[in-house]
Write a protein that binds this ligand. Structure first.
Ligand SMILES: [Fe+2]
Length: 223
């Protein structure tokens, strides 16, 4: 069913009028933002244009007169990003095409010294979005989905969305940090990205078994 940008704006405004609670707003806007991103009727070629100097392109889709709502299509150039910043309000990022990493920071200093900030990384989320029903859009996503199905979902039971999300989180960590990839010459994605915390290789004759993904998978570990 189609879901226009106009309808999305109307629905978000309705939700905002009904509640001031940030958590409530986020949980109600999140599914319709996803729906609007999937609709793509609003998407134009120029939304993919990004500025080489700043590393991204920004196309406002809707600006409410009183500035209470701002919807923007952002396109990133590969590997580019923005320095840590604070939007000062809630925001929802809905992916349309390609991967995006969002890093979360906590500010440790009092913010009084101009041009200075002490930051602590509190987490990051890798999101890979593809277009529903358009498999050619991202073959690598299809491959990842195949691996997740074959190696994980075909073997594990889950009770509800929360349970599945937790278990997929475990598998994501295993996939990126523990599982060696033939296509990466036997390395893990974390090693290739320079983010591995593993400093030594296991000796093949000297190991013990370690369970992953709540006992689903057992892997040898250097003894
Ligand atoms: Fe931002």
């Amino acid at each position: 069913m189609s879901y226009s940008l106009e309808q999305f704006v109307k629905d978000v405004k309705h939700i905002m009028a009904e509640s001031n609670d940030e958590h409530e707003l986020l949980s109600e806007v999140r599914p319709i933002a996803r729906q609007a991103a999937r609709d793509r009727s609003w998407l134009k070629k120029e939304h993919y244009v990004a500025d080489e100097k700043q590393g991204f392109g920004s196309n406002p889709l809707h600006v409410e007169k009183d500035k209470s709502l701002f919807i923007v299509a952002v396109s990133w150039l590969p590997g580019r990003g923005a320095p840590p910043h604070n939007h000062g309000t809630w925001a929802i990022v809905a992916g349309v095409d390609g991967p995006e990493r969002n890093v979360f920071w906590e500010r440790l200093d009092d913010g009084l010294r101009e041009g200075y900030a002490e930051l602590r990384k509190t987490g990051d989320i890798d999101e890979v979005k593809t277009v529903p029903d358009v498999q050619v859009s991202h073959p690598f996503v299809e491959r990842l989905i195949g691996t997740v199905r074959r190696e994980f979902l075909d073997h594990v039971l889950f009770w509800n969305t929360l349970d599945l999300e937790r278990k997929l989180g475990d598998f994501q960590h295993y996939y990126n940090h523990e599982r060696v990839h033939a296509s990466l010459g036997g390395a893990t994605p974390a090693e290739v990205a320079g983010k591995s915390t593993i400093t030594t290789r296991a000796k093949i004759n000297d190991f013990r078994w370690q369970t992953h993904c709540r006992g689903l998978i057992q892997l040898p570990l250097a003894a």
